[in-house]
Design a protein around this ligand. Structure first.
Ligand SMILES: NC(=O)c1ccc[n+]([C@@H]2O[C@H](COP(=O)([O-])OP(=O)(O)OC[C@H]3O[C@@H](n4cnc5c(N)ncnc54)[C@H](OP(=O)(O)O)[C@@H]3O)[C@@H](O)[C@H]2O)c1
Length: 308
C-alpha cells in the first residue's frame, strides 16, 4: 500500500512539474537568408539557443562575447546544431564603454547589414563595478546595451525593416527606478530588478524614437530558464539553485522561444515597444508603462554613457 501511495504521489508531482513548465513553442519556419543577426552573450544559455534557431533559418549570426575562448567553442556548437557555417563571434565586454565603442566601430567597418539586434547578455546583481564605475548589473544589463544600440541604430535604420529585442525579466515589477541613485548597488536582487525595469523603459522609448522609421523593438521575459546563470554564485548556492532550476525552470531552448518569436514573427511587429512573455504580448504593471519615466531614463543614460 505504501509503495502505491508513493508511486501515485511521485507521478502527481511529476505531472505537476510538467504542467508548470509548459510553454508555447514558436513554430513559424520563416527563413532569414541574407539577414544579419547580432546577439550579445550568445555563447551561453538563452542567447546560444536563439543563435541556433536563427542560424537554422539561414541568418548570418554574430555572437558578441567577452571571452573569445568560450565564444569560439559556442560558435562550433551553434554551427553543428544549425547546420550553418555562417556563424562567427566578435569581442564585446559590456562592462566597459570603451569596449562597446571599439566593438561598434569594428562591427560597422566589417558588416554591411544589421537586421536583428538581440540585447541578451546579462548579469545577476553582484556587488561589483564596471570599468566606468557603474554597478555591474546596471552597467552591463542596461547602460552597455543602451550605448551599443545607439551606436548601431544608423545601420539598423539603413537595413529597415529591422528589430531590436531586449531580454528583460518579470522581476522588473519588484522595484522602481530611483533617479537620485540610478547606480544603486546595495541589495543584489533589487539591483537586478531595476536593471530589468530599465530594459523595459529602454525598449518603450526606443520604439517611440524609431516609430515610422522601420525599426521595431521588444522587451522579453524568457520565463525562468536553466542556463549558466548560477556560475556567478558560490558552490553551495550553485548546487541549491541547480536543484530548483532542474525542478521548476525550462530549458534554454524553450527559454529562447519568445526571443526568437520577437526576432522573426510578423505578428510581433504590430506591438513595437511591447513586453512579451510566452510568445505573446503581455501586460506590464502600470508604473512600467510610464512614458515620462522612459524618456527621463533615456536622457539620463545618454548623459551617463556620454552620448549627450
Ligand atoms: N535564466 C533565467 O531564468 C532568466 C530569467 C529572466 C531573464 N533572464 C535574462 O536572460 C538573459 C540571458 O541569461 P541566461 O539565463 O541565458 O544566462 P547565461 O547563460 O549566464 O548567459 C548570460 C550571457 O551574458 C554574458 N555576459 C555577462 N556579462 C557580460 C559582459 N560584461 N559582456 C558581454 N557579455 C556578458 C555571459 O558571458 P560569459 O559566459 O562570459 O559570462 C553569457 O554569455 C539575461 O539578460 C538574463 O537577465 C534570464
Amino acid at each position: 500500500m505504501y509503495f502505491l501511495y508513493t508511486t501515485i504521489a511521485s507521478l502527481l508531482f511529476f505531472f505537476m512539474l510538467k504542467y508548470m513548465k509548459r510553454r508555447r513553442h514558436f513554430t513559424d519556419v520563416k527563413r532569414l537568408d541574407g539577414k544579419t543577426v547580432l546577439i550579445t552573450g550568445g555563447n551561453s544559455g538563452i542567447g546560444k539557443e536563439a543563435a541556433v534557431a536563427l542560424a537554422t533559418r539561414g541568418a548570418r549570426v554574430i555572437i558578441a562575447c567577452r571571452d573569445p575562448e568560450k565564444a569560439e567553442k559556442a560558435v562550433r556548437e551553434i554551427k553543428f546544431k544549425s547546420h550553418s557555417l555562417n556563424v562567427l563571434h566578435m569581442k564585446l565586454d559590456l562592462a566597459s564603454l570603451r569596449s562597446v565603442r571599439d566593438f561598434c566601430k569594428n562591427f560597422l567597418q566589417r558588416e554591411k547589414r544589421l537586421d536583428i539586434l538581440i540585447n541578451n547578455a546579462g548579469m545577476p546583481g553582484v556587488l561589483d563595478w564596471t570599468d566606468d564605475g557603474f554597478s555591474m548589473c546596471f552597467g552591463v544589463n542596461h547602460l552597455g546595451h543602451f550605448l551599443l544600440t545607439n551606436l548601431l541604430l544608423p545601420r539598423l535604420r539603413e537595413c529597415a525593416p529591422s528589430r531590436v529585442v531586449t531580454v528583460s525579466c518579470s522581476t522588473y515589477q519588484y522595484q522602481k527606478l530611483d533617479f537620485q541613485d540610478l547606480n544603486y548597488n546595495l541589495l543584489p536582487f533589487f539591483t537586478y530588478c531595476r536593471s530589468k525595469l530599465a530594459n523595459i523603459y529602454f525598449s518603450q522609448e526606443l520604439a517611440r524614437i524609431t516609430k515610422g522609421k522601420g525599426v521595431t523593438t521588444y522587451a522579453v521575459h524568457p520565463g525562468f530558464v536553466q542556463s549558466n546563470w548560477t556560475s556567478h554564485y558560490s558552490l553551495l548556492c550553485r548546487m541549491l539553485m541547480q536543484v530548483v532550476m532542474w525542478m521548476f525552470y525550462v530549458s534554454s531552448e524553450v527559454g529562447a522561444q519568445t526571443v526568437v518569436y520577437c526576432a522573426v514573427s510578423d505578428e510581433a511587429t504590430k506591438h513595437s515597444g511591447g513586453y512579451f512573455v510566452d510568445c505573446q504580448p503581455a501586460t506590464l504593471r502600470p508604473f512600467a508603462r510610464d512614458a515620462g519615466v522612459a524618456k527621463k531614463l533615456w536622457e539620463a543614460s545618454e548623459r551617463l554613457v556620454k552620448l549627450a
